[in-house]
Design a protein around this ligand. Sequence first.
Ligand SMILES: C[S@@+](CC[C@H](N)C(=O)[O-])C[C@H]1O[C@@H](n2cnc3c(N)ncnc32)[C@H](O)[C@@H]1O
Length: 428
Amino acid sequence: MNIRKIAYRVLRKLEKDKRFPTEEVKDALSRMGERERAFFKELVWGIMRRQIYIDWLLNRYLENPEIPPGVRVVLRIGTYQLLFMDSVPSYAAVSESVKLVENGNFRKLVNAILRRISKDGIRVPKEIHLKYSHPKWIYEELLKWGSIAERIMEDHLKPLPVVLRVNTLKVSRKSLMKRLLESGIEVRETDHSPVGLVVRYNGDFSKFSPVKDGLATVQGESSQIVTFILDPKPNSRILDLACGMGGKTTHMAEYTRDSSDILAIDDSSEKIETLLDNCKRLGIRSVRTAVMDSKRVSDVFKEKFDYILLDAPCTSLGTARKNPDVLLTTKPDGPKKMGKIQLEMMEVAYKLLRSGGKLIYSTCTFTQDESTYIAEEITRRHENLKSLDIRKALEGMKIDYLWDGYGALLLPDGNTLTEFYISAFCRV
Ligand SMILES: C[S@@+](CC[C@H](N)C(=O)[O-])C[C@H]1O[C@@H](n2cnc3c(N)ncnc32)[C@H](O)[C@@H]1O
């Protein structure tokens, strides 16, 4: 199996469609052994992380930067191996890349440029966003949060270890950790989430026995924090307005000991199907689902809820460590567009929240249009919707954050916590 060729195909597709080919990658990974998987992941994810920087560097060497897109993809593959992968000898990085060039007229050029880059090594651009391989507009969004911008961009360059959320309906974190250690898996507790485990495992997680047997769910540490902030009590009525595959829905079910009545809604039937599979896997019975546009839920459901979670569709820029393609495919008008949808969903959440009920609005991003602006606007529109101060709860979990007066942007801790915006409200 030629891993570089598969990487080329994936990156070429990303370049062409401006969309990460998730299904193709999943399929390719399932056919790889452990070492091949690790090499492929380092190459593809590493290139996406460094692509903006690599393109800047390549343009220093190209007399005419207008080369065929496939040739540029090969040059990125070669450059990444030369500058960022110690495991690949330079001669192999160059010769294997030249073999990937489909258009024979460009082999000589690729060979010459890669040899020069191999000799010259890393060069540092003056512009800070290029140094950290970010689009300028994303850097400018980060700057709105102040001097933290550079730290966040630097954090995005590091791979993100996989975190599991322990299913406390079936097992405690301590005993699952003990079991994993006994079977030779490197594992440690997360620093902030009380139910997280950081595991070192290169295989397919859907076949990993604790996940397969319903003892745990793969879920980022920041996502795990949301349920602790919502803090739903057992036997309550809970609405999840954008449940996706149920990462947070199932957490809320575990948190309330499967005693609540949880209505989970998403407009994707595939995601709802996966959520139902997840409930079965985890032994959860307290979730009912509906496939529909959440913006219309209040026309259909008249009941009021004690707790509502709107983990809103967003640009997902805070997931850049896990999905670095977001830095390459998100358009500058994305935050405004998503913000508009989020505000409509928040109106629905407001309508369905009972008096005294608690609402969480969260996004896995950091743009103002998808955080502060929405929290500010919804409280401005509704006098009886009060913003709750969640700072103590975050500090209780030793989380570093920036507070905007309504909610908090969780900050990366250099380990497994990544940016996430969380705000809480109460209807009085
Ligand atoms: C951030 S994701 C949710 C992730 C999920 N809460 C979790 O923890 O796994 C946002 C979800 O909103 C859904 N969505 C987007 N627009 C929607 C709409 N108008 N109505 C219902 N769901 C929508 C998407 O399908 C996506 O699953």
